[in-house]
Design a protein around this ligand. Structure first.
Ligand code: GLA
Length: 385
C-alpha cells in the first residue's frame, strides 16, 4: 500500500490536513509447522508476511470514534464510552482491542481512523490478527500506555475471544506482533517463551497457494476440535496429572493413549502430540540447514491434519498432492485453521513458474475453483511507520 495514497484518502475523508495522522502496520502470518497446537499448550513456528493491515489514526477532539476502511464501503461511528458489539462486523476487531484497554482502566477518546488491509481476504493468513495488532500498537502509542509487545499480543487474542467471539489460540497475534524479517517465530504457547530463528532457505521460496474456498463451517469445527482435545486430556488426567496435551512427549502419549476410549478423540490427540514433536524436529532441521527434512516434516504435518485431525478437505488435499508432484518442491502443507484457506510449500526458485501452471491447472480441473499464488516474504512484526 502506498502510504501517500492512504494519507490522501484519510484527509479526504476526515479533513483538517493541518492535524496530522500517525501510521502503523501489522502483518498477517503464515504458519510453517505446528498446527492446532497453540491452544493445547504446544509449539508453533509461524512467520510474519509482507501483507498486513495499515492504520492511519489521530485524536479528533470529539466524543466519537470514526472507523473507515479502504477495503469496503462500511464506515462506522461509535461513542468513545459505553460502546458494544457492532453490526458492522469488521469494526469489532479494533473495537474489541479498545474494549480490552477500557477493561484495563484506559479511557478512549474521539478518533479518526482509516484502516487498509492487503492480506488476501478469508484466506487463513490472519487478517483479523493483523487488524487487532495494528490497533493495539497504535493505541499503545497514541495514549502512551507503555504496554510491552507480549501484553499487546495477549490483548489482541482476548479481543478476538471475548468481543469478536472466536475462541482462537495465541499464535496469530504472536506472529503478527513478534515477527521479524528473515526469521520464523519458534513459540512455546504454554510459557510464551520464544525465539526468532533465522529462516535461511537458500534457493527455496515460501509459496502460498490459496484454495479460494469459502471457509463455511470453520468456526464451529474449530471449537469442536478444541473440545475433543480437552476431552482427551480429561480421560488421561484420571490417571496422570496432565492439564494440556502439550505437556506430553510423543513416547509418553503412546503409553497413555489407551486411556482415551473414543477412537476419534484419540486420533485428535495423536495429531497434537505428534505435531508438537514435528515442530521440534523442524526447528532443529532448519538450524542444521536440512531443508529436505524440513519439507518432509511439512508433508507429515499435512497428512496428520488430514487423517488424524480431519481439518483439510478436498481443496487443501488436492493443492498439496499436486504441489508434491512438482520437481523442486520439498514439502507442502495446509496452514492455519484448515477447512479451506491456504497451503504453504517450499519450492525451488526455478520451479515457481512450473508450480503455478501445473498445480493451478490440476487444481482447477479437480475442484473447478481458481487458486491464487503468492510468494511469501517474511517481514517484521507490528510497528509504527
Ligand atoms: C487459527 C487460530 C490459531 C491456531 C490455528 C491452527 O489460525 O487463530 O490460534 O489455532 O488456527 O493452528
Amino acid at each position: 500500500m502506498e502510504l501517500d495514497l492512504l494519507h490522501d484518502k484519510f484527509y479526504k475523508l476526515y479533513g483538517k490536513k493541518e492535524q496530522s495522522c500517525h501510521t502503523f502496520f501489522a502483518p498477517g502470518r503464515v504458519n510453517l509447522i505446528g498446527e492446532h497446537t497453540d491452544y493445547n499448550g504446544g509449539y508453533v513456528f509461524p512467520c510474519a508476511l509482507q501483507y498486513g493491515t495499515y492504520l492511519a489514526v489521530r485524536l479528533n477532539g470529539s466524543d466519537r470514534m470514526h472507523f473507515s476502511t479502504t477495503n469496503f464501503d462500511q464506515p462506522c461511528s461509535v461513542p468513545e464510552r459505553g460502546f458494544s458489539r457492532q453490526d458492522t462486523k469488521w469494526v469489532n476487531y479494533p473495537l474489541g482491542v479498545m474494549d480490552q484497554l477500557v477493561k484495563r482502566g484506559f479511557g478512549m477518546k474521539g478518533m479518526d481512523m482509516l484502516f487498509s488491509g492487503d492480506v488476501p481476504n478469508a484466506a487463513g493468513l490472519s487478517s483479523s490478527a493483523s487488524i487487532e495488532m495494528v490497533t493495539a500498537v497504535a493505541m499503545n502509542e497514541l495514549y502512551d500506555m507503555h504496554f510491552d509487545m507480549i501484553d499487546l499480543i495477549k490483548i489482541g487474542q482476548k479481543a478476538e475471544n471475548e468481543f469478536v467471539g472466536v475462541n482462537c489460540g495465541i499464535m496469530d497475534q504472536f506472529a503478527s506482533g513478534m515477527g521479524k524479517t528473515e526469521h520464523a517465530v519458534y513459540l512455546d504457547c504454554a510459557t510464551l517463551d520464544f525465539e526468532q530463528v533465522p529462516l535461511v532457505l537458500g534457493d527455496y521460496k515460501l509459496m502460498i497457494s490459496n484454495t479460494n474456498k469459502r471457509r463455511g463451517l470453520a468456526d464451529s469445527k474449530y471449537n469442536e476440535r478444541r473440545a475433543e482435545c480437552e476431552s482427551s486430556v480429561e480421560f488421561i488426567a484420571m490417571t496422570e496429572p496432565v492439564s494440556l496435551l502439550g505437556e506430553l512427549s510423543y513416547a509418553r502419549f503412546l503409553d497413555l493413549q489407551h486411556l482415551i476410549p473414543d477412537e476419534t478423540v484419540r486420533r485428535r490427540a495423536h495429531h497434537v502430540v505428534s505435531e508438537n514433536q514435528r515442530v521440534l524436529d523442524a526447528v532443529k532441521a532448519l538450524r542444521e540447514s536440512d531443508l529436505v527434512l524440513f519439507g518432509q516434516l511439512m508433508n507429515a504435518s499435512h497428512d496428520s491434519l488430514r487423517d488424524d485431525y480431519e481439518v483439510t478437505g478436498i481443496e487443501l488435499d488436492t493443492l498439496t498432492e499436486e504441489a508434491r508432484k512438482v520437481e523442486g518442491v520439498l514439502g507442502s502443507r495446509m496452514t492455519g485453521a484448515g477447512f479451506g484457506g491456504c497451503t504453504v510449500s517450499l519450492v525451488h526458485k526455478d520451479a515457481i513458474a512450473r508450480f503455478i501452471t501445473e498445480v493451478g491447472s490440476a487444481y482447477h480441473a479437480k475442484t473447478r475453483l481458481k487458486p491464487e499464488f503468492y510468494l511469501g516474504e517474511v517481514s517484521d512484526g507490528a510497528r509504527k511507520l
